[in-house]
Each structure stands twice: as structure tokens, then as C-alpha cells.
Design a protein around this ligand. Structure first.
Ligand SMILES: [Zn+2]
Ligand SMILES: [Zn+2]
Length: 85
């Protein structure tokens, strides 16, 4: 990226380039986890509240697992009742 300047810091030389928008970025503006610029492209990938969402997601998964287990149990009981008649 020689000769390019960071899109946010014109005084800095760009060390990276965003994989999404292709803009030149300095170390501070580049997010190595995403390979994108922090300001526009990488931040949009991150959910506003990742911890809260993942906790809610775990609760939903747990509820679905319980419902699934109950359905399997119900089907087992129904199947047992039908076959024992
Ligand atoms: Zn970008
Ligand atoms: Zn910068």
C-alpha cells in the first residue's frame, strides 16, 4: 500500500486495505479480525449487543431443546400406547 494514505488519517501511510470497500487504512483503522475497515465495514458485521444476543440465543436453543425432548417423549408415550393396545 505504498503511496496510499489512510482514509481517516491523511497524515498516515496506509498499511492495509479494506477487503470490502477497498479503502486504504492505517493500523488503527484496520480490523485484522475481519480484514476490513473498523469504521464502516467491520463494525456492521458485529451485532450491537453480541453478549446479550448470544445469551438470548442460548436461552432460545435451550427452550427448543426442551420442546424437542418433550415432543420425542410424547411421541414415545403415544407410540407405546398405540402398540400396547
Ligand atoms: Zn471498508
Ligand atoms: Zn487511520
Amino acid at each position: 500500500m505504498a503511496g496510499f494514505r489512510c482514509m481517516n488519517h491523511p497524515e498516515r501511510e496506509a498499511a492495509h486495505q479494506c477487503a470490502r470497500c477497498g479503502k486504504p487504512l492505517c493500523e488503527e483503522c484496520y480490523n485484522p479480525d475481519f480484514g476490513r475497515c473498523r469504521e464502516n465495514c467491520a463494525e456492521s458485521l458485529v451485532k450491537p449487543e453480541p453478549k446479550g444476543r448470544s445469551a438470548a440465543f442460548r436461552v432460545i436453543v435451550a427452550i427448543l431443546a426442551i420442546i424437542g425432548a418433550l415432543v420425542v417423549l410424547l411421541l414415545t408415550i403415544c407410540g407405546a400406547l398405540i402398540f400396547t393396545q
